[in-house]
Design a protein around this ligand. Structure first.
Ligand SMILES: Nc1ncnc2c1ncn2[C@@H]1O[C@H](COP(=O)(O)OP(=O)(O)O)[C@@H](O)[C@H]1O
Ligand SMILES: CC(=O)N[C@@H](CCC(=O)OP(=O)(O)O)C(=O)O
Length: 299
């Protein structure tokens, strides 16, 4: 090697950047919706990596929109305040007091924390909830459960648990167009004036659909959808998902995730990816390299 020969390590770094170039060109101007789950945000270093990834997306001309959860954090606060909490079908039964606490934790505490991380990474984040500027209108979720004793379907009242019925995404396109990164808490008003607590996966899916997002990422605390032998399923379509739900391979918190992904791709989102938020920069690897991480759901 002469004095002028490039250092192989430097060359590898440059190659990483040039390899990313076609992806940057393909995605410039596109909207990516990222659901950041409560389980994925525990570690401050990972949180910093996540914020850097979001700021990098914005810097290369992609419009990231963040929708966050915070289920474990709401649980901790309820416990501290001595308020009982239970889940039915992955949804937290929410009375008026629980709704107030969920809003305080999601829109007050977690939302501003994420805004701060993105700010520290050099981005301009604006934290809002579904209430702001009429972004999301919710309606009460109706659920029923099979009663094996009486052989009938029984109505279950989940209280102030909502689902999006309308999304006015104009506030998001305005913010994104002006260089801001919207960060959204899954709380919304109903037409009845009540505050509704919305599952963050559902909220993110509805926003991705309304924006016609190119990509929808769900960051969680597993590598993606796993089969019965705990092997990662890298590629799923709606038919396969139906079969995996029916045979019990997909259960619990993974059900709203895959259902949200299917609804999003049905509504025109190009692809949805369930990713391991515990892997540093998992999103960047998925977007800018050939080695996809996680489970891709497509039509
Ligand atoms: N087939 C499956 N593959 C992966 N995870 C699954 C599967 N079936 C059920 N799960 C469960 O789904 C959980 C992810 O959902 P959840 O806990 O609601 O995540 P988050 O808080 O990130 O929204 C996993 O931790 C796992 O326990
Ligand atoms: C109705 C309902 O269940 N709402 C959720 C909202 C937060 C959430 O979904 O957070 P994760 O994404 O971290 O699970 C809750 O109260 O926990």
């Amino acid at each position: 090697m002469t004095d002028h020969a490039p250092d192989p390590a430097m060359l590898a770094k440059a190659e990483t950047l040039t390899d990313a170039l076609p992806y940057m060109q393909r995605y410039k101007g596109k909207t990516f919706v990222v659901k950041y789950g409560g389980h994925a945000m525990g570690d401050p270093e990972l949180a910093r990596d996540f914020a850097e990834d979001i700021v990098l997306l914005k810097a290369v001309g992609i419009n990231p929109v963040v929708v966050h959860g915070g289920g474990p954090q709401i649980g901790q606060m309820l416990k501290r305040l001595g308020v009982e909490s239970q889940f039915v079908g992955g949804l937290r039964v929410t009375d008026a007091e629980t709704a107030r606490i969920a809003e305080m934790v999601l829109a007050g505490s977690i939302n501003k924390e994420i805004v701060s991380w993105i700010g520290a990474a050099g981005g301009k984040a604006i934290g809002i909830s579904g209430k702001d500027s009429g972004l999301v209108t919710a309606k009460k979720v109706q659920r029923s459960e099979a009663d094996p004793l009486q052989g009938i379907e029984r109505h279950v009242d989940l209280g102030f648990v909502g689902e999006p019925v309308a999304v006015d995404a104009s506030v998001l396109t305005t913010l994104s167009g002006q260089g801001f990164i919207p960060v959204i808490a899954p709380i919304a008003l109903g037409k009845d004036g009540h505050t509704y607590n919305i599952n963050a996966d559902t909220m993110a899916g509805a926003i991705a659909a309304a924006l016609g997002a190119s990509r929808f990422f769900l960051l969680t605390d597993v590598p993606g959808v796993l089969d019965k032998d705990k092997q990662l399923l890298t590629d799923l379509d709606p038919g396969r998902i139906l079969a995996l739900k029916a045979d019990g391979t997909i259960s619990g918190g993974m059900i709203p995730k895959v259902e949200t992904c299917v609804a999003a791709v049905d509504a025109g989102v190009d692809a949805a990816v369930i990713l391991d938020g515990r892997i540093p920069h998992a999103m960047l690897l998925e977007i800018f390299t050939t080695q996809g991480a996680g489970t891709l759901v497509h039509r």
